[in-house]
Design a protein around this ligand. Structure first.
Ligand code: SF4
Length: 396
């Protein structure tokens, strides 16, 4: 069994390597693939993750590895990993050596549907696989107007690049309610609602209207939703999200070192009462939503690893699941052209994060609900607990 675990860890490490280093391919290699038919095409949420933009050229959103891990397809022509197409089959290669044949992710049926006002549901509720959907209510961030947007973030640049062709813009609650109902009737079971900062912090009323619409269209009181919010000055606002029916809440601190936070996230620092208030907000959210029902994210690779781990451990001890999201310097962000640490650096950080969650008793389900899709940490739990389908198959 240990050999199987070693194989699975190698496959997981490869997932992280192809995420951090990207994958090289001819941008026209998918011209014979049934993309937008059988296979799921990428939809832009907040960010373009590829190393360079590609207006007018759609790529698949990702694929599964031989043991079922989801690999995202992040285009980077400089990568030593490649996707090639030979005799009707796509393969992942490394330095020209075939690693495995690739089966792209299947497209959900609701991607072909439209709302009652004619909006494509694929632009409203992005399917993250494994029953999770992501809704980006607005593809812009008001911090840009003040020149205070986060240095790693390209949300506004992504909208400027793809906005017209991708129908990016404000989504109204009715559209979202209809799209969520369609996705849930097809098996989706969790969602995250997110977007950039809204001018004058008017997002709370909007979130409440969205929650009402989702409840009305799905018929569910508990729709297992995560509301992603910036730290509000008035903490009693947090209670309103809970009353509205969100099961979990997310407040992304991005950087644990308070001085680096100030430099990298000037708007989050200046507009929300500073780093201390972000931490205080997360602790208050646990009081309202409960232990293991509050999420935060640190963009991993900007500050030293010890600092990130200190943040993850501190927050875990307070009831917050803080995830280390591997930093990809994105096109259009202030840090475009920088480099993320080596994949091994990220893998080590993720394994240590999983050990911290274990130490504080968090379960696989809490992590899934909080992260709103299957995270690398979930995969680590599944390998360690031998709950991946491959273990069952082996016993049977
Ligand atoms: S708050 Fe920061 S990370 Fe979030 S959308 Fe605005 S600039 Fe991007």
């Amino acid at each position: 069994m240990s050999t199987l675990k070693e194989i699975l860890y190698k496959e997981l490490e490869l997932k992280i390597s192809t995420q951090v280093d990207g994958i090289n391919f001819d941008p026209y290699v998918f011209k014979t693939l049934d993309l937008g038919g059988k296979y799921q095409e990428e939809m832009y949420g907040c960010f373009e993750h590829a190393y360079e933009t590609h207006v007018g050229l759609k790529f698949p959103t990702g694929f599964r590895s031989p043991h079922g891990f989801i690999y995202n397809l992040r285009w980077d022509r400089r990568s030593s990993y490649s996707l090639i197409h030979e005799k009707g089959t796509y393969y992942l290669t490394h330095h020209g050596e075939v690693l495995f044949p690739v089966e792209f992710l299947e497209r959900p049926e609701y991607y072909s549907l439209k709302t009652s006002d004619g909006t494509r549901m694929s632009t409203l509720a992005r399917y993250n696989q494994d029953g999770a959907i992501g809704i980006v209510y607005s593809n812009e961030c008001a911090l840009k107007e003040k020149d205070q947007d986060c240095k790693f973030c390209n949300i506004n640049a992504t909208k400027d690049t793809y906005g017209e062709t991708e129908g990016m813009g404000w989504k109204n609650p009715k559209q979202i309610g209809e799209a969520v109902a369609a996705a849930y009737s097809e098996g989706a079971r969790t969602l995250t609602l997110t977007g950039g900062f809204v001018a004058e912090r008017r997002e709370v009323e909007y979130y409440l209207d969205v929650a009402d619409s989702i409840k009305e269209h799905t018929g569910l009181n508990d729709f297992n939703g995560t509301a992603t919010i910036g730290a509000p000055h008035d903490l009693s606002v947090v209670d309103k999200y809970k009353e509205a029916g969100f099961r979990t809440i997310a407040t992304n601190i991005e950087i644990w070192d308070r001085n680096i936070f100030k430099a990298i996230c000037p708007g989050k620092d200046l507009q929300c009462g500073g780093w201390d208030h972000w931490v205080k907000t997360l602790e208050y959210e646990v009081e309202v939503f409960g232990r293991g029902r509050v999420r935060s994210i640190i963009v991993a690779g900007i500050e030293p690893k010890e600092s990130t781990l200190e943040g993850i451990e501190y927050l875990a001890s307070k009831g917050v699941l803080c995830f280390a999201s591997s930093w990809n310097p994105n096109p259009g962000s202030a840090l475009e052209g920088h480099r993320s640490p080596e994949p091994a650096w990220h893998f080590d950080l993720l394994k240590k994060s999983a050990a911290i969650y274990r130490k504080y008793g968090y379960t696989h389900d809490q992590i899934y609900d909080c992260y709103a899709t299957t995270s690398v940490v979930n995969y680590i739990y599944q390998i360690e607990d031998e709950t991946l389908p491959v273990f069952t198959a082996k016993v049977a």
